[in-house]
Design a protein around this ligand. Structure first.
Ligand SMILES: [Ca+2]
Ligand SMILES: [Ca+2]
Ligand SMILES: [Ca+2]
Length: 398
């Protein structure tokens, strides 16, 4: 707060008084002595002949959330390739909800996430029931419909896709909005797209559990705006089964050939736990081949969240999340050994490890090679319903 006045200024803010000279000044307000809720900060300035002016700033005191942001500030992931990448940093559009399933378009201007206004990890770890969702709710509701539900339960747990846009890669993303793909009751997430141009998506994939098994299937759109509307079309019965198909990544190889990578924790043929799979289409998405387990990458531990990236020399890499030697999820990549063979990946190379955070994942790269990724935090001293959060971060390429 800046006060410009002559000679001498007194500022009265709630229950404290600051005397300052005519220069700008800062004051740190320790809110832990305050109850949570709406407050007004009043700043009044006097000069030595009795003139007075004042300014009021409405704020909300939330000491638990303040402790959360302090906990996040004390944790950081570790970049394993410092010659290639710069210093990672949090994106300013994060909130105390669960931003997951990140995808950044290759031009770096459109960011998507799968969102739940809750401590989603605590809910998962506790294997709690949907009628206990209210215990975990946290963060902005983002306009989601948490009311409509088939079970008489409020609020209703589901996932929606959020969308953010920026006009240039040199400015930050400032806020997410609820995307036009948001739907009541069911979970939609895992958005990924190939751009036709800055305003149009050539083809986009995402997931929904609006099906008979309530496990995620892959759906797609063709020739839609950056923020498409509706549920799209189911990819193919060859790909979508009563098991889980999640976190799809799509690439166009030429006018007719497409490839989709995805992950599953329960498809028959999995090497173990979460595995990565792929399918291809020779006819621009009309038909798809039977999915193949990416056995050159998969192990008995978790491999998931695949992201394909072609560097400036035309070399394909598979970026993905997997369990690291510290037991936490980390981001790895592998180089394609045989052009055109989507199951010929070389040794895995660590890109980012969790460091002092709980884990990292969801890598998504711009054409320039900058990475957006997810960081998961644990707050020491949290409750069984409020101790984890996930936020989107950036890792600039040097
Ligand atoms: Ca968050
Ligand atoms: Ca939904
Ligand atoms: Ca596995």
């Amino acid at each position: 707060m800046k006060i410009f006045s002559a000679l001498l200024v007194f500022v009265f803010c709630l229950n404290f008084t600051v005397r300052a000279d005519w220069k700008d000044f800062d004051y740190t307000w320790d809110t832990t002595s305050q109850t949570d809720g709406a407050k007004n900060i009043l700043a009044a300035a006097y000069d030595d002949v009795g003139n007075r002016t004042e300014s009021t700033l409405p704020v909300t005191v939330d000491n638990a959330q303040a402790a959360w942001w302090a906990a996040k500030d004390s944790q950081a992931p570790v970049v394993a390739l410092p010659a290639e990448f710069g210093t990672p940093y949090p994106q300013p559009l994060a909130n105390m909800g669960w931003e997951d399933g990140l995808f950044l378009t290759r031009d770096g201007l459109n960011l998507y996430c799968s969102y739940i206004p809750a401590d989603y990890l605590s809910f998962t770890i506790n294997a709690d029931t949907l009628d206990h969702y209210y215990l975990y709710q946290r963060g902005s509701v983002m306009g989601m419909d948490l009311v409509t539900n088939p079970a008489g339960s409020f609020p209703w747990f589901h996932v929606d896709i959020l969308y953010a846009h920026r006009n240039s890669a040199s400015e930050p993303f400032t806020s997410f909005q609820l995307s036009n793909m948001a739907r009541s009751v069911y979970a939609e997430g895992g958005f990924c797209a190939v751009q036709a141009n800055s305003a149009l998506l050539d083809i986009a994939v995402f997931t929904s559990n609006d099906n008979s098994s309530f496990k995620t299937d892959i759906r797609y759109f063709m020739n839609v705006p950056n923020n498409p509307t509706g549920l799209g079309t189911s990819l193919s019965a060859v790909v979508n089964t009563d098991d889980t198909e999640d976190n799809p990544h799509i690439e166009r190889l030429d006018a007719n050939n497409l490839v989709v990578f995805f992950d599953s924790n329960d498809r028959p043929g999995n090497v173990g736990m979460l595995d990565i799979w792929y399918t291809t289409s020779p006819d621009n998405g009309t038909t798809w081949t039977a999915p193949v387990n990416v056995s050159s990458v998969n192990t008995v531990n978790d491999e998931h969240q695949p992201h394909l990236y072609k560097d400036k020399t035309g070399q394909w890499f598979l970026y993905y999340s997997a369990t690291h030697t510290d037991g936490k999820l980390a981001i790895f990549r592998a180089r394609q050994l045989t052009p055109g063979n989507w199951n010929s990946w070389g040794p895995k190379e660590l890109v980012v490890s969790a460091g002092t955070t709980l884990g990292v994942g969801e890598p998504t790269l711009t054409e320039n090679g900058d990475i957006s990724f997810l960081v998961v935090f644990k707050k020491t001293g949290g409750t069984a319903y409020d101790q984890y959060d996930a936020d989107p971060w950036f890792l600039p390429k040097k």
